[in-house]
Ligand binder design. Structure first.
Ligand SMILES: [Zn+2]
Length: 149
């Protein structure tokens, strides 16, 4: 079973790539910013998480078929995508693995940029990642030393 922490971490990874949670019924979405406060999840993230919990059967990470309620059930676990090292849902008993949410991101996977991480990205680092995903031309001017590859 995917624990609350695992599902939160899963969402935090994908939020870092700009992928929102969509509330299907109301056609609204949530993408907290910032995602982290230091090494902790931010107030904005927890606010978004509360909204998700209130509508968990109706909340989907954009581009996925499993609701957040599904992920929090015994049926699903969170594993690493073989294609892009990002976390993705997988049925605990069964052969179906969900398509990775990376499927509709043309610019992902991209080995040229730092991988999103759990709980250690500053908002500046996230901006850098987003910028480089959106604009694939290398721009080393704003690169901080710990992001060097
Ligand atoms: Zn993937």
């Amino acid at each position: 079973m995917a624990s609350v922490q695992k599902v939160q971490s899963y969402l935090a990874y994908w939020f870092q790539l700009g992928k929102p949670v969509v509330f299907q019924h109301s056609q609204t979405q949530c993408l907290p910013s910032p995602i982290f406060h230091g090494s902790q999840l931010s107030v904005a993230f927890h606010h978004c998480w509360q909204t998700i919990l209130q509508n968990s059967a109706d909340s989907f990470l954009r581009g996925t078929d499993e609701s957040i309620a599904d992920l929090l059930s015994d049926e699903w676990d969170i594993v690493d995508c073989a294609r892009c090292v990002m976390p993705l849902p997988m049925l605990v008993h069964g052969v179906k693995s969900s398509p990775c949410p990376c499927g509709d991101l043309d610019s992902w996977p991209n080995s040229e940029v730092p991988q999103p991480r759990a709980g250690v990205c500053s908002s500046q680092q996230l901006d850098d990642i987003r910028q480089r995903l959106g604009d694939r031309l290398p721009d080393r001017r704003h690169q901080s030393p710990e992001l060097s590859v």
